[in-house]
Design a protein around this ligand. Sequence first.
Ligand code: NAP
Length: 442
Amino acid sequence: VALVSSGEPRPIRVGLLGLGNVGAALVELIGAQREAIRDRTGLDLVVTRVAVRSAAKARAVEVDPALLTTDASEVVTDPDIDIVVELIGGIEPARELTLAALNAGKPVVTGNKELVANHAVELFTAAEANGVDLLFEAAVAGAIPIMRPLRESLIGEPIARVMGIVNGTTNYILSAMSEDGASYADALAEAQSRGFAERDPTADVEGFDAAAKAAIIATIAFGQSVVAGDVYREGISSITASDIAAAERFDMVVKLLAITESTPDDSGETRINARVHPAMVPSDHPLASVRGSFNAVFIEGEALDDLMLYGRGAGGTPTASAVLGDLIDAAGNASRNTAAVFGTMERARLSSIDDVRSAFYLTLDLIDQAGVLAAVAEIFGRHQVSIRSMEQAAPASPDGGAHVVFITHATAESGLTAVLDELGRSEVVASVGTVMRVIGVD
Ligand code: NAP
């Protein structure tokens, strides 16, 4: 069905599921931009139905009560709705509603990272079978256009690696620790009081949110299905002020990174790895300059070299901006009877975290005895892990032993694990402290 004919465009009727932070901002943005969008694209967007959980709730935006319903399933099958926007969040009922809309021949725009990170193939298959769009720019890094660049501009690019700061809460906390010398607990409390962290911060600080985004980035960057459960994950809750200070002495900053890369295995077959963990980033790396709640995605391609996209990763209005871009794209495609194509997507051939090569930062408390450093160096050497730099940092541990900080050269994780096992059992090591990967070091 052509949505745009010659003369006045027929309004494109949008069914919105969810009127929370993003949904309300989207209604506002469409209201403000309607004429400009019509002038520039010939598409006249109008929100004609809105599903919510509670009809009585006060709203951040004025909506005609006649448009509201508490039955979202009615909206997705309504023949008078042309496009569905899902901004409810979570897996169910969002998954069922999205599938029902696609199966009713309606394009769907969603900002739901959980849904896409766990059910992409099922959703892509339904979209393809029905010849309609399923777009989810807002699901990764909020306002930053990253899905469309990966899917369109960079579709011919041999991408080697994507590294993202895709969680604003953790970046805010780590920035506060680094700039104010705050402890993790104080930085978290400040983030909570300023609305940058939830009361239960687990999903952010333990890396679950970033892992969902890493899975989506990997899926789109490499065209193979990677789900949230495939992503290796470590959070930031054990990072200490002294780790941050040590990073500074090595001219680095600590960031929570979502990394996905494609590397050949021993037989030359390509493997995908996706992981989320804190990492030390050299201060001259573009990602080191991403402060506060901002996000950025850094792409390394064989032909394009390095590319970084930077912006607001969350917030109602910035996220609504990404949703609106998708909505205009989907409406334009529907008017031309076409849709974005993801192609057949197979399960990714994954590599294990054990095979990933990284340089490492690690701290040790050693007992107070002659020859302890030589004993430690011998353990590293036995597992072919070479030490790049070492410092004996103040303060000395309470029992009078030495607190020592190492940065290794790049090594397979399995080599480092063997070193840590042996250090843990060694008589000269009082305790093993923080272990953190370091990027940009060979
Ligand atoms: P939110 O503020 O919690 O809003 C959710 C909305 O969904 C509410 O209006 C709620 O209705 C409605 N809802 C819940 N269950 C429903 C049901 N069964 N049927 C109909 N409506 C239902 O969430 P949000 O922050 O706007 O986020 C929406 C989506 O965008 C999520 O997938 C989120 O991950 C994603 N996203 C958000 C951000 C951000 O910064 N907020 C950034 C990127 C992506 P009531 O209002 O009546 O309770």
